[in-house]
Design a protein around this ligand. Structure first.
Ligand code: ZN
Ligand code: ZN
Length: 320
């Protein structure tokens, strides 16, 4: 039995959307993170998943810093397996932020979690279930990103834990998983969780192990300043988007209308529950604006930009 598909939604393309956020009352757009587009702060480019010679990476922290600085990165989280790597003080740029990746098997499925903002190392074996990870993270103020569930082969219903808990973040794209076995995109896992009512932020990250994995996917964070604390605050509040190249300029929401402005791309996708949503395609990179009226009955919308070369950018979800 096929679902009855709704009438295609109306796409309103405006000629003048150069400052779309200004045209809205600030209180009307507070339902999402879209005030970040005009709030004070600086945009910082960063990688949230990086390995060094302290676990199974090929680069030292100094070499990682040089590689990412050459690609214009502002910050790099060091996430060695079961190790909290602290970089040499002599490294000035980019900001190198100690973090950690933990992993284990639980009830027949593999789980990897990127732990951002931890102040002390989580020893191997100290967490034996996803629920224990989330409980410890809550106690210690650590932000957990569910790493590469598609690569792990962990189905999305196994990404929700007892009590209805899910990680606050999930990797929608992981460069090394894509480069090695073409399982880098976990967008279906992300949508399954969002469709189930979870609030999950999406991250593109390299999971860098060697030179082939540098600068494939990153996050653009709107931070108050160039410090680890400000970057973590921006991540926790969803003030970022993910990208492989395309760039958002603004997203604004008034009522059920969503407006997007971006640098030129070929497609702008409004992705929402199940078979609903909308995809606007131009055939070449000449779309810079789009608007969509989200229908009644949907619970979230996230926006994807796609360039003619297949590079993507992902907004975080807007909830209704
Ligand atoms: Zn991993
Ligand atoms: Zn990793």
């Amino acid at each position: 039995m096929y679902p009855t598909f709704p009438t295609p939604p109306v796409i309103n393309l405006c000629k003048c959307m150069t400052n779309i956020v200004d045209s809205y009352e600030r209180k009307e757009i507070m339902k999402t993170n879209d005030t970040m587009w005009k709030d004070k702060g600086i945009w910082l480019k960063g990688n949230t998943h990086t390995h060094t010679t302290n676990s199974d990476g090929k680069f030292t922290t100094g070499e990682i810093a040089a590689e990412y600085e050459s690609h214009g990165y502002d910050f790099v989280f060091l996430t060695d397996h079961e190790k909290r790597t602290v970089p040499a003080k002599s490294i000035r740029k980019p900001l190198m932020i100690p973090a950690e990746e933990i992993g284990f098997s639980f009830k027949g499925y593999a789980y990897h979690f990127v732990c951002l903002g931890l102040k002390k190392e989580w020893a191997r074996g100290s967490c034996r279930s996803p629920a224990q990870v989330l409980a410890r993270a809550r106690r210690e103020g650590v932000f957990i990103v569910h790493a590469h569930p598609y690569w792990c082969g962990t189905p999305s219903d196994k990404c929700v834990y007892p009590g209805g808990l899910a990680c606050p973040g999930m990797e929608v794209y992981n460069t090394v998983c894509d480069r090695l076995i073409a399982k880098g995109y976990s967008n279906v896992h992300w949508d399954d969780l969002l469709d189930a009512g979870q609030h999950v932020l999406g991250f593109a990250a390299d999971d860098t192990h060697n030179a082939a994995h540098i600068a494939g996917g990153w996050i653009m964070v709107k931070a108050r300043n160039r410090t680890p604390a400000a970057i973590m605050a921006a991540i926790r509040s969803g003030r970022f988007y993910s990208s492989q190249g395309p760039a958002f300029k603004a997203i604004a929401v008034r009522g059920r209308e969503i407006k997007v402005a971006c640098l030129p791309v070929m497609r702008i996708n409004f992705i929402t529950n199940r078979y609903r949503g909308c995809s606007l395609s131009a055939g070449i990179d000449n779309l810079t604006i789009a608007a969509w009226n989200a229908p009644q009955g949907i619970s979230y919308v996230r926006i994807e930009l796609v360039s003619a070369t297949g590079k993507r950018a992902w907004s975080n979800p807007i909830y209704f």
